[in-house]
Design a protein around this ligand. Sequence first.
Ligand code: SF4
Length: 242
Amino acid sequence: MANSKLSYEQFTGDPFEDWKPADHTKGAEEVLRWAYDTYGDSMVYACSFGAEGIVLIDLISKVKQDADIVFLDTGVHFPETYDLIDKVKARYPQLNIHMKQPELTLDEQAEKHGSALWKKQPDMCCYIRKIKPLEDALSGAEAWISGLRREQSVSRSKTNFVNKDERFQSIKVCPLIYWTWDDVWDYIRVNDLDYNVLHDQGYPSIGCMPCTFAVGEGEDDRSGRWKGTSKTECGLHTAANQ
Ligand code: SF4
């Protein structure tokens, strides 16, 4: 396996491309070890504290106990999400969990762009409250970790372990690409991890409160995000020109 520095400029392909992981983490733990060996403190995990996030935090804690973890604190998350973050901070006191806020407060955003921007211009709202803060958090970092899984959507089905990320001009490491939703929950139960209680109330994918709704039986896991609109992604995982 490649272990030399693989920068954004040097990237020519996933060094794990031909590797078929057979361990119980479907390659996640080994990819994380490689990534922290390669990028060290120049890597950030942008965690949304969803089910995949909880799994990744537990795996990361075995590999790098003082890893940097960023939560994009838009200011409109569910109270249950903040409760979970408090529990995670207590369980993993050595991890550096940063709450990254946007430059504009909600009041300043309303003053500048009108109230409830998420209803009128959700892409601009996501840019102000998520994308720009992540750009800032990644400035100076060579790589970031994401919990994307291939089965989540067609647009994520080609995600590799190690990716060239055009949006943030960075390397994006995705250790969970082969995990299924059942794998995620098996890991949470076996390891008795805390998770967002909204998952038990019909919310498989949890983002900001104004843009996240419960899904019905048989509906797609991400169908509750920006429900009733054509928007399906906040823009963190799409190319800058899309
Ligand atoms: Fe705004 Fe909704 Fe995007 Fe959150 S998910 S940043 S509230 S548009």
